[in-house]
Design a protein around this ligand. Structure first.
Ligand code: AMP
Ligand code: GLY
Length: 423
């Protein structure tokens, strides 16, 4: 079969790479893809925008694409699944209605309240005066969030009242466009974050291996928030007992709530959780898609062919599938970023050393690269995800660092302490 993957990050490179390992998958087309997917055997890029639904549909129908796998949240929230399905295509990813679980934090909060999913106490506002009056009744730190999609930038953890007030003003003044028409103010939670991504066909829910990522730019988890500077799986903090609670108290309730709202949710349901020091679970957010960079450590450990699991979700027969098979190993990824990220950075820097890194045993997923005149050049803030696999975390992490040291481009930056919590 031929599969079309929508998106251009490290997550989509990992999806294409994993899909091509399945004996049933002959070819993958990435829209628009990156330098990594351009270089992958039996894979090519198609230069269309992820919101060009008509273009994607025409191409898919004319080129006998059997399955479309959607990576990013933006096209899902815009209804790519509904559109492509209406054209007769098979699509993995929830409908526009289902994607609200990520696209509106207020919507997700009300779903959690209705279904008893544990989460931080929160209040929702549509104008600044009421938001600020509420703020005065709260303690700091406090978390101020733009309701809609803001590429991970719409969440401000304020450590002073002044900072929280500024955040309210900034969001309502349009910093994040219409994503900031509504503001959610939320109690600050302390603990360790875990990402639990689950496959679902709207009835059955099968969690993938739990992962943790490092969101901050600096060593020791300090400095600005980023899209993620490194990740590892399976996260030891997510014990089997904890995963059972996530299944019953979070995932099953979420699917029940979605069903009660008339939504047949098929795809990935990603719960971003905070585990408190005494083991309490609270949901920070839901996402309607695979995590990035979590996918780059989860998929290398997956043994069941990915396309079989995806088709079982789309065709609503996940319950009949045997348990998901995993390698008994660990994986860690280190993100190589452009100097200056998450602030301003340059693009177009020539990248060398990827083949040498791969010879050293790592898998290099491209996040922000492109193929330019036969050379791989930087094309984003997060450039590469260098993934190591090993029987133990120290081995996987050492392999990733051993690989990344061969890689060079002008301004390369990566954290030296990925996995410090588990080492
Ligand atoms: P979200 O997009 O809602 O997951 O927020 C992005 C990041 O902000 C999370 O991954 C956390 O690191 C942080 N964050 C969000 N909500 C809270 C909260 N209530 N308490 C502490 N940190 C939070
Ligand atoms: N790694 C966080 C996310 O994918 O949202």
């Amino acid at each position: 079969m031929k599969v079309l993957v929508v998106g251009n990050g490290g997550r989509e490179h990992a999806l294409a790479w994993k899909l091509l390992q399945s004996p049933q998958v002959q070819q993958v087309v990435c829209v628009p893809g990156n330098g990594g997917t351009a270089s992958l055997e039996r894979c090519h890029n198609l230069p269309l925008a992820v919101d060009d639904f008509a273009g994607i549909s025409t191409y898919a129908l004319e080129n006998s694409i059997s399955l479309v796998v959607v990576g990013p949240e933006v096209p899902l929230a815009q209804g790519i699944t509904d559109y492509l399905q209406s054209q007769g295509l098979m699509v993995f990813g929830p409908s526009k209605a289902g994607a609200q679980i990520e696209a509106s934090k207020a919507w997700a909060k009300s779903l959690m309240a209705e279904t008893g999913i544990p989460t931080a106490k929160a209040a929702v506002f549509t104008e600044a005066t009421a938001a600020k009056s509420y703020l005065k009744t709260q303690k700091i730190p406090i978390v101020v969030k733009a309701d809609g999609l803001a590429a991970g930038k719409g969440v401000i953890v304020a450590t002073t009242m002044a900072q929280a007030e500024t955040a309210i003003d900034t969001i309502f003044q349009g910093e994040f466009g219409t994503a900031g028409n509504v503001v959610v103010i939320e109690e600050f939670l302390l603990g360790q974050e875990v990402s639990v991504l689950a496959l679902t066909d709207g009835i059955t829910i099968r969690p993938l291996l739990p992962a943790q990522d490092h969101k901050r730019i600096g060593e020791g988890d300090t400095g600005e928030n980023t899209g993620g500077m490194g990740a590892y799986a399976p996260a030891p903090i997510a014990t089997p007992e904890l995963m059972t609670r996530v299944q019953t108290e979070v995932l099953e309730r979420a699917i029940a709530g979605l069903t009660a709202r008339g939504i047949d949710y098929r795809g990935i349901l990603y719960a971003g959780l905070m585990i408190s020091p005494d083991g309490d679970i609270k949901v920070l957010e839901f996402n309607c898609r695979f995590g990035d960079p979590e996918t780059q450590v989860i998929l290398p450990l997956l043994e069941t062919p990915l396309e079989e699991l995806i088709l079982a979700c789309v065709e609503q027969r996940l319950g009949a599938m045997p348990p998901i098979a995993w390698k008994s190993a660990t994986a860690a990824t280190v993100v190589a970023a452009s100097g200056g990220y998450p602030g301003k950075y340059d693009k177009g820097k020539v990248i060398t050393g990827i083949p040498e890194a791969e010879t050293a045993g790592v898998t290099v997923f491209h996040a922000g690269t492109k193929l330019h005149q036969e050379q791989i050049v930087t094309d984003g803030g997060r450039v590469l995800n260098v993934t190591g696999i090993g029987a133990t975390f120290p081995q996987a992490i050492a392999q990733a660092y051993n690989g990344i040291k061969s890689i060079q481009f002008d301004g390369i930056y990566y954290r030296q302490d990925i996995g410090h919590r588990i080492l």
